[in-house]
Every structure is written in C-alpha cells, then in structure tokens.
Design a binder for this molecule. Structure first.
Ligand SMILES: *[C@@H]1O[C@H](CO)[C@@H](O)[C@H](O)[C@H]1NC(C)=O
Ligand SMILES: *[C@@H]1O[C@H](CO)[C@@H](O)[C@H](O)[C@H]1NC(C)=O
Ligand SMILES: *[C@@H]1O[C@H](CO)[C@@H](O)[C@H](O)[C@H]1NC(C)=O
Ligand SMILES: *[C@@H]1O[C@H](CO)[C@@H](O)[C@H](O)[C@H]1NC(C)=O
Length: 842
C-alpha cells in the first residue's frame, strides 16, 4: 500500500499533472541528442559547420551553433525547424548564442515561433496579449528561458530569429515540455460570446488563443480548452494578468443564434482511440445564470472520411444548485473507438462555460518515463507575468485524492466480490453502512459532508458499476455493492437525501478547498457564496494603521505575514465593551495578519471573506477580530494576541506539577490546568460547531494562551515555519496537517465537524503529552497516510495514538471515541464539553 501510494504520488506529480504547464518542463532532446540530426532542419545555413544540427543547447560542435546564411534583415524569415516526432505539449524554450569557446559573437536578440501539428499548416505563436516576438539572448553564452503562455501543442516547431537592424545571428536551442497524450489535434466550437453582467465589465467569453480559423465558428485548431489553465469559480476572475474578464472560459448563451438549446463541438484526434471518458471543466456559478450542461450526447466516427455512427453515448449530469464551484464533469465514453467525436452539450441555464476539455483513451500510455528520467527543468522564470504554482498544486492534490478514491473503490469492490464469492451471509459491508449513514445524517449541514466516493467517475453512472460486476446475481449485488454507492437505501436515511436528486455530484472542486488550510482561510464556511465583498459587509471598525507598532514577525504564509504589534489607543478606540483584558497599563499586543501587496484578486476576496467570517465569531474561547485596516493596501486584520503564545509552545516548555519540580526552575502545570484547557477548547469548538463552522486545523499550535491560562482558538500554525513538520508536504510546500486529520478528510477530502472532533482528540492527546512529542512520531508521513487506509479498511490493523501516562483512562476513552472510524460514533463537541466538565468537577 505504501509503495503504491508513493508510486501514485510520484506519477501524479510527474505524470498526470504534466498537462499543467508548470510540471511539464522536460527537455525534449536537443541537448542530449534524442532529437536526431535529420529532424533538425533550417531554411538555410551559412557554412557546413554552422548547419542546423549544431543548434543544440550547451553543445560546442561544429562552429558552435546554427547560423542562417548571410546578414539577417528585418524582413527576413529564416528559421530553424525541429521535428519532435510526436505531438508535444511545449511550455518553455531555452536559447543561447554562438559561443565557440570565446570566438563567437552572434546571438539572436529576439525570435518568433511557428508551430505545426501536421507539418503542413503552420501557425504563428502569440502570447496572451497577441505579441509574437519573444525576447532572446543578450550575449553569446547565457541561456535565456522563456515560458510559453499559452503553451503550444505541436509536433514541429520553427524558431525564426528576428532583428531590427541587419546583423548576423546564430542560435542554439532546447525545447521543454512533455508528450501530449490526449492526442486531440483540433476541436471546433461555436464562437464564444460576450456577456454583459449587470454591474461588472463585459466578460468576453471567446476563444482568444484559438489557433484555427475563427470564421463564423472556430475550426481546425486548439485553444483555450486545451491550454492547461483551469478557470476559477468566478468566471470574471482570471489567472492571467492584463487580460479581460472571462478570459479563461469559452461560453455561450442559450438563446443566441445558432444554439438551439445546445452547443455542438467536434474533436479530431491524431489516430483512432478507444475512449474511456471525457472531462469537461465547467463553470457552475448559478447565481449569475451559469450552470454545467444538463446532458451531453456524443457521436463517433472511426475515420475522418466516414459517416457518424448511429449509436450515440448520452450522459445526463446531476445539476447542482448549491455549490457554485467550477468543476470537472466526467463523461464516460464507454470504450468507443473513434478518430473523431461530435458532442452536443445541452444547456441547463442561460449560460454554459467551459475552460478545459480532456480525453482519456485506453491506450494512453503512462507518463513517458523515458523523458522523465531526464529530469524536470527547474528554472526560475524571468517572465514577470508568470503565474504562481497554486493552480498546479491544486491540480496535483485533486489528482492524488482522486487516485486515492479510485484505490478505495477498487479495494471495496474487491471486498464486495470476495464476499459474494464466499457466499458469506453478511449482507452489507460495514464500510457501506457507515458511509451511507454518514451521508444521510441530519447533522450534515456542511455541504462538504456528503462528497463521499462521488469523486470516482464510476459513481456518476450506476450503469457502469453494474457492467463491472456481471457475474453477480442482481439481489446480491444490490445488497452487497449497489446499496452503499449508487443507490442508497432510502429507508435508512432520515431525512432522505438521495445522491441522485440533490447531492452535489462532482466533487473535485471541493477538494480544492483543501487550500483553505494553506493559510488564507480560517474556517470552512458552509454555502457561503460571497462573490465580492464590500466594505459595508465588514462589521469590524477601521483602525488607523499608523497606530500599529511593529514588534516582531510571528509568521509568514502564502497569503502574507502575521506580525505582533502594539496597538496604540486600541482600548479607547474600541470603547465600551472592549473585549480586551485588563492591561495594567501595559501596551496592548495584537496579532496583525497582513495580505501581501501583490496578492491576486482571489486572495483578496478570500481575505475579506475571512474578515467577514471572523467578525461574526464571538466566543470567549475563540480569538476575536478587533479591527481591520482595509481602506488602503495592504489589507490587515487585527486580532487578539495572547501573551503566553501558543499552547504547543507553552506546554512543551513545562513539566507536570509535582513535589519534585518545585525544586527546580522549570515552570509547571497541574493536571487540573490541563483539564481546564481541554474544557475551554471543547467549549470554543462547541461554539464553532453550533454555527456549522469547520475549523479544519485544530491543534495545540493553533490555540493561544494568556496569563490566566485562558485558551482561545486561532489559526496561525500554518503560517509558522516552526511547525512546518506538522504538515504534510507536497513538492516542498506545506499542505495538510495529516497527523491531525480524520481518515475521511485525508482519503475523501471531507472536512466536517466530525473531522474536527477527530482533530480535537489528537489535540487532547497533545495536551496530555505536554506537547513533548508529535502525534505518531514514529511514523513517517507516508506511513501516517498508510495508517489512514487501515482506518478505512477497519480490519484491526490501524495504529492508534497511545494513552499518555498522565491521562486518566476515562479521558483516553474520550480520545478513542473521537477517533471512531464511523462518523456517527464520534461524540459531538457538546457531548465532549459535558464529559470534560464532569472530569474537572470530580
Ligand atoms: C509562420 O506562420 C505564419 C502564420 O501562419 C506565416 O505567415 C509565416 O509565413 C510562417 N513563417 C515561417 C517561417 O514558417
Ligand atoms: C476576444 O475578445 C476580446 C475582448 O473583447 C477581444 O479583444 C479579442 O479580439 C477577441 N478575440 C477574438 C479572437 O475574437
Ligand atoms: C434554451 O433555449 C431553448 C430554445 O430557445 C429553449 O427551448 C430552452 O428551454 C432553453 N433552455 C434553458 C435551460 O433555458
Ligand atoms: C476498447 O477497450 C475495451 C476495454 O479495454 C475493449 O474491450 C475493446 O475491445 C476495445 N475496443 C477496441 C476497438 O479496441
């Protein structure tokens, strides 16, 4: 299992994500010779010794580079052509001049790119602003890397040096990217339309980077739908800067000319393929009249010159009126073989918007290990408009989680089959009962709650599941497998919430909310559909920024920094009913969380959202938002700070009170203090739970302590380097607090109050070990995840945290109940609070 996981992690980081430009940067073989001499040609060469075969980056053969004949004029169009022999997703170009051991003087200050998929029609590359010229070298030796935004899907590439003045140029190059396994060589679609959202600038939903013809409809090319950039939940926001709103999406209006309730698209592939599925990334901002398609029908054609086959594949989606997130919709294509596909997407609302479409076909080879052994290029881009890696990271996370879910499904499926084969009398697997109960429990008001195994495309189509189990007798199948997954037994569910009627179906986007714990979101908010917040939504008062006096940096995260500041005149500013404790005329210390000045619009909105959420929280055990500075940049939120710092630090520096410790100088705490702390945390969590807030990162590092041992729950941990080992890292970036996370959060991406209860159990454990040890300190991150799988399988092989020596047995029982595999077996925060209170009194 461990190996498997690692393998998955590896392949998903290297492979599945290769379509995302950030991870697809493998050198394609100019330098190391995988591109053969015969595949490098040129419009001309000056001498035999400056022929195209010498245009290899970092090589010094011949006269050291390729140089076209004569002096290059401004109007000239000389080129170097590389045949990559397969369709390739190109993301980066590296160029170098002719060094020739110090003798060379020539280099190309600028160049253009042409590319072709078939070797016949050539297209000129343009960046997102429509410029074709790429800045090249400044000297004869340094390599200049240029990111291609948008990336290119092509087999042939031409580099065309350009000059202002007549001069000699020479070039050495390397191309970077990865094989394009989709095999899609062109799509055609009606031209995207202009939307006039009231109160916003018009959104142009056209396919602006489409490289085919634009006449009437787009045809013969690829564009926005294959550029690897997934649109955001709010289609008006874009990943690129300096583009218009709606840029990432291609969108159509139902009632416009040429659409009779549907949009028809055609897809042409490099060869015949055996299709398993199509994934369509679609917007679902229903508040603005956008929804995923209601159904899609696809026709297939075995050859280009042939008739469309009679039999179609039709797929109905389950519409979702609750979750406005953009999502991938997976359409099963039932292993049909074709070279071309025509699909009709039916409108479910006034607008339909897609940002990406990809195809999975049977013989898709797995990531080309041949190329990946050459190592990914790690270059710091010198392109100022370069994107952050967040979308890629999210993409990878989603992929990993998806894969995990697929594994779970396989395991379960296997168990089902085994059970039936053994003719075991048990009707229903524990797993399924659990999942069923959990997904129907009336306590679930958090929309994240129900996204169980729906991640797997299998589940979207019960028919597929059936087909996979042909040997099973119908009844056995229904009770052993069908029940829990495809068709929940409604009699067991009160209130009834069928997956088919209203449960949001395509959950991949929800996983994206995992980024909530990477520092910008404090709590997961159920169904908060704030698109843009304005000043008046924020109830906290604006504090004069100059009265915040910087003391020290508490932490730093993706969003910005957290500073410890002294706030001059804050008690007076807050006036009557100020939540500040007595100060004894000491300065008021506050934590100031400050958004990075160059934060994206999305991050700004998240930040404002967090302020809004925080300003609604009012509990003695929750850190309080005191005031904000949002009238000018950088945006700040000012929260209480507690002089004893965080609980983890506080406890780890203490010993348990005993007659012995009085003698030495180590400060001590009593068992009673510890219990009292636990009560306070449960009380704060009880409050959050009553508001249906899910914290997602409860741990001692996120609780603050004051002089009187009052505890307040906050969320700083993620932003502190100090605790980085508590978070699981993907590609060197802290991501998930896996040691505190419930199995269903890790495996299924479900974050609920019940998973907070799990984390509370771990927090309790930390308290009673005086934070001297990390949970599961003997297990590596991978082993922790593996252990999660054991929790899921529930075959008694899972490892629990041990009972801390200080911990009364009855309290350990509470912890163990928090770590119940079944969500319904876990206590509520209210219950925990009552139990702990009883302990304190005893
Ligand atoms: C590059 O592509 C453009 C547009 O198709 C074409 O006009 C131009 O001639 C091409 N140049 C070369 C050198 O292929
Ligand atoms: C797409 O819309 C933008 C903004 O309205 C416009 O500048 C651009 O030319 C359009 N592109 C195409 C290919 O029509
Ligand atoms: C889309 O337009 C068609 C024809 O104009 C109409 O029949 C249909 O009801 C519309 N569908 C939606 C979901 O608005
Ligand atoms: C497509 O794949 C399926 C499953 O792998 C297989 O049963 C079917 O024969 C394949 N079809 C063709 C035409 O190769």
């Amino acid at each position: 299992m461990l190996l498997f996981l690692l393998l998955i992690l590896q392949t998903s980081l290297k492979g599945s994500c290769t379509s995302v430009s950030g991870h697809c940067r493998f050198p394609l073989g100019m330098e190391d010779g995988r591109v053969k001499d015969k595949d490098i040609t040129a419009s001309s060469k000056w001498y035999e010794t400056t022929g195209p075969q010498f245009a290899r980056l970092n090589r010094e053969e011949g006269d050291g580079a390729w140089c076209p004949e004569g002096q290059l004029q401004h109007s000239d169009s000389q080129y170097l052509q590389v045949d990559l022999s397969v369709l390739t997703f190109l993301t980066l170009v590296g160029t170098q001049g002719r060094y020739a051991r110090g003798l060379g003087k020539e280099f190309a200050r600028a160049y253009r790119l042409n590319y072709s998929r078939d070797g016949l029609t050539w297209k000129a590359w343009k960046n997102r602003q429509g410029n074709t010229v790429i800045e090249g070298n400044k000297n004869t030796y340094a390599i200049v890397y240029k990111e291609l935004h948008p990336s290119i899907i092509a087999r042939y590439v031409r580099l065309i040096p350009v000059t202002e003045l007549s001069s000699t140029v020479c070039m050495r190059v390397e191309l970077y990217g990865c094989p394009w396994h989709d095999g899609l060589i062109s799509y055609s679609a009606p031209e995207g339309q202009l939307m006039m959202p009231p109160g916003y600038p018009p959104a142009s939903l056209n396919d602006s980077i489409y490289d085919g013809t634009h006449e009437r409809s787009c045809s013969g090319g690829l564009g926005q739908l294959t550029d690897g950039v997934v649109g955001m939940d709010d289609f008006l926001l874009t990943h690129e800067k300096q583009v218009w709103s709606g840029y990432d999406y291609l969108g159509w209006r139902n009632d416009s000319q040429g659409t009779q309730g549907h949009v028809e698209m055609e897809f042409v592939f490099d060869r015949q393929r055996n299709f398993t599925s199509m994934k369509v990334h679609s917007n679902n901002l229903f508040t603005r009249g956008v929804k995923i398609f209601s159904s899609v029908s696809c026709w297939f054609k075995p050859r280009l010159i042939a008739n469309w086959e009679q039999e179609t594949v039709t797929f109905r989606t389950v519409l979702d009126d609750r979750n406005p997130s953009a999502r991938y919709v997976t359409v099963p294509l039932n292993q049909r073989t074709a070279k071309a596909l025509r699909c009709r997407f039916y409108f479910a609302d006034v607008w339909m918007m897609f940002s990406e479409i990809s195809f999975q076909s049977g013989e898709n080879p797995h990531p080309d290990l041949k190329t990946s052994t050459h190592g990914e290029l790690k270059v710091k881009s010198n392109d100022p408009t370069e994107e952050t890696n967040t979308p890629i990271l999210i993409g990878c996370l989603v992929t990993i989680i998806l894969l995990l879910v697929v594994i779970i499904f396989l395991i379960l499926w296997c168990q089902c089959v085994c059970k039936v084969l053994e003719k075991a009398p048990r009707r229903i697997l524990d797993e399924e009962v659990t999942i069923r109960l959990s997904s129907c429990s009336p306590a679930n008001t958090d929309p994240h709650y129900e996204r169980v195994f729906l991640l797997d495309p299998q589940y979207q189509n019960p028919a597929v599941l059936r087909n996979k189990l042909p040997e099973l007798p119908q009844s056995a199948e229904a009770s052993a497998c069908g029940g829990g997954y495809a068709e929940p037994d409604v009699t067991q569910c009160t209130p009834h919430q069928s997956f088919h009627s209203n449960a949001p179906h395509y959950a991949e986007t929800d996983i994206i909310r995992l980024q909530g714990v990477t520092g910008s979101n404090m709590y997961a908010v159920p169904a908060l559909t704030v698109d843009s917040l304005t000043r008046k939504d924020i109830s906290a008062a604006e504090f004069p920024r100059q009265q915040l006096i910087f003391r020290e940096k508490l932490g730093e995260g993706q969003f910005g920094e957290v500073h410890l500041c002294e706030a001059e005149g804050l008690p007076e500013f807050l006036g009557e009913g100020s939540p500040l404790p007595d100060r004894d005329s000491r300065p008021v210390l506050v934590a100031v969380k400050q958004l990075r000045a160059d934060a994206t619009l999305q991050a700004r909105n998240d930040f404002l959202k967090e302020i809004k959420i925080m300003s609604r929280l009012d509990d003695p055990n929750i850190i309080r938002l005191l005031c904000v500075c949002v009238s000018s940049d950088p945006l700040c939120m000012v929260t209480e700070y507690m002089e004893n710092g965080d609980l983890n630090m506080f406890l780890s520096q203490r010993e348990i009170e005993s007659t012995l410790t009085h003698a030495n100088s180590i400060p001590s705490v009593s068992l009673c203090d510890l219990l009292h702390m636990a009560v306070q945390i449960s009380s704060g969590m009880k409050y959050l739970a009553s508001l249906n807030f899910v914290h997602r990162d409860l741990a001692t590092r996120n609780c603050l302590v004051d002089r009187r041992l009052t505890i307040k729950i906050a969320d700083f941990g993620m932003s502190r380097n100090l605790y980085s080992s508590d978070y699981y890292r993907i590609q060197g970036r802290a991501v998930l607090p896996i040691r505190w996370m419930a199995w269903e959060s890790i495996l299924l991406g479900k974050f609920t109050t019940a998973s907070d209860v799990w984390a509370f159990g771990v927090t309790l454990w930390e308290i009673f070990t005086l934070c001297k040890e990390q949970p599961y300190s003997l297990l590596s991150d991978e082993q922790v995840i593996e252990n999660t799988g054991e929790f899921f399988r529930n075959q008694g092989r899972q490892i629990f945290l041990y009972s801390p020596p200080l911990c009364p047995p009855s309290l350990f029982e509470v912890m163990m109940r928090c770590w119940s595999r079944n969500i319904t077996d876990r206590p509520t925060f209210d219950g925990i609070y009552q139990t702990l209170r009883r302990h304190v009194r005893e």
